[in-house]
Design a protein around this ligand. Structure first.
Ligand SMILES: [Zn+2]
Length: 196
């Protein structure tokens, strides 16, 4: 390993993060190397988070407990909102427009990338429905080709479970991401949801 391999390794890993291009990765790497205490604290915070935070056994939201806070709230039942990522869940929670439970797919169907139904936890979602008491499954997925394909797949896969499956209205413009939608758009999308 040459002297600069460690630096290139760091830059490469930083630029693999979402939203971080090589230029930003370089800036972050130089900043971290210039602030060693911060770098060490960050490294240990990441290690600690990875060690202690895992998926909720019921909804696959991120939690330090067996069940996340939302699943432990007995007032939140009857509806399950299906989202792609924990970031989507957070956006919907912060908009304060939904008082049910969630299910986090951690991805969308992408057969070419090898992401299939088992990666999305579809069996777990189905068993949640089969436990009973669920009236509606709301698919809050991005308005993208993968979001559409996943919504179609889920509505068919859940058909036999005898539950109403709806999808957010097109208040969410084509190509829009749930995570970045403002709360007014999300509210309209929730109110205008329709059966799929
Ligand atoms: Zn949960």
């Amino acid at each position: 390993m040459s002297e600069s391999d460690g630096f290139e390794d760091l830059v490469g890993r930083l630029s693999s993060l979402p939203g971080i291009g090589r230029k930003t990765a370089l800036r972050l790497a130089f900043h971290l190397l210039g602030h060693r205490e911060l770098a060490a604290d960050l490294a240990s915070a990441i290690g600690n988070a990875v060690e202690t935070i895992h998926r909720c056994e019921s909804c696959r939201n991120l939690t330090e407990e067996q069940l996340c806070e939302i699943c432990r709230d007995s007032g939140r039942r009857e509806r399950i909102c299906v989202v792609e990522t924990p970031a989507d869940l957070r956006s919907i929670e912060e908009a304060g427009l939904f008082r049910g439970r969630y299910f986090v797919l951690h991805g969308l169907l992408a057969p070419l990338d090898g992401i299939g139904p088992s990666d999305l936890g579809v069996d777990l979602l189905r068993s949640r429905i089969e436990e009973g008491g669920i009236e509606e499954i709301i698919l809050a997925l991005d308005s993208t080709a993968e979001g559409d394909a996943t919504a179609v797949y889920l509505s068919r896969a859940l058909e036999s479970a005898g539950v109403l499956v709806t999808r957010l209205a097109r208040g969410l413009p084509p190509g829009a991401a749930v995570e970045f939608a403002d709360s007014l758009t999300l509210t309209e999308a929730f109110q205008g949801r329709r059966k799929v």
